[in-house]
Design a protein around this ligand. Structure first.
Ligand SMILES: Cc1cc2nc3c(=O)[nH]c(=O)nc-3n(C[C@H](O)[C@H](O)[C@H](O)COP(=O)(O)O)c2cc1C
Length: 204
């Protein structure tokens, strides 16, 4: 399969995750190209597109969202999966509204007519000493809202990146390849639980 990974990063964690995704996909025999959103790559001509970005200010990094906006038409034609990197992984309900966790992915789902067929959130890293003064101030506020203090921490796990790659390939085989314009109907009636029962039968 020809796969394009489009990503952005500010402090390198997403880049580290993307490097591992590339390596794992190549081991499986796929042809992988990695491009930064800032280079404004074209998403046409690939079997699968992987979008990767850190979460900043409660959403996927704006550079990725701007690229998505620019290439909307082409993006509807290609099956997409996404990987977001964040610190507030569990998420919470705040004043009756979903906040953080996978809810950070909402703009990436709503940006498309044909949505990504799979996506997840993995843990990032924060090192106060490496942040710009402005980012440090923002992160102090971010943790204050959670009732915590800003300190160096890492939630990054290679196992989570491996799980992302495994599931992206599995779900691509099951239904992801139909997630392009004109083909979504084929995937609409996909019965997830029936697939699980079928697998159970084959596993004995
Ligand atoms: C200014 C700033 C804002 C951030 N906002 C959020 C946020 O809203 N939610 C969250 O879970 N993590 C937030 N983070 C944490 C980043 O997602 C995390 O540090 C990530 O690993 C950064 O990835 P990168 O190194 O690829 O830029 C923020 C970090 C910074 C520096």
């Amino acid at each position: 399969m020809r796969i394009l990974i489009v990503y952005t990063t500010r402090y390198g964690t997403t880049e580290k995750a993307v490097g591992l995704v590339k390596k794992l996909l190549e081991v499986k025999g796929h042809n992988v190209e990695v491009r930064r959103v800032e280079e404004n790559p074209s998403p046409s001509g690939y079997d699968l597109l992987i979008l990767a970005a850190p979460v900043y200010r409660d959403g996927p990094h704006w550079d990725l969202m701007e690229w998505v906006e620019k290439h909307k038409g082409e993006l509807e034609e290609v099956p997409k999966a996404f990987l977001l990197v964040a610190m507030h992984l569990a998420g919470s309900v705040f004043m009756g509204k979903l906040h953080g966790g996978i809810a950070y992915a909402q703009p990436l789902i709503e940006a498309f007519e044909v949505p990504p067929f799979y996506g997840t959130l993995i843990g990032g890293e924060i090192d106060p000493d490496k942040l710009s003064d402005e980012d440090r101030r923002k992160m102090i506020r971010f943790y204050a809202v959670l009732g915590e203090r800003l300190e160096k921490k890492s939630l990054f796990s290679e196992k989570d990146v491996e799980a992302f790659v495994r599931r992206t390939l599995l779900y691509y085989d099951w239904f992801g390849k139909h997630f392009k314009r004109g083909e979504v109907e084929k995937a609409k009636n996909f019965d997830f639980m029936e697939k699980v029962r079928e697998l159970e039968r084959t596993l004995g």
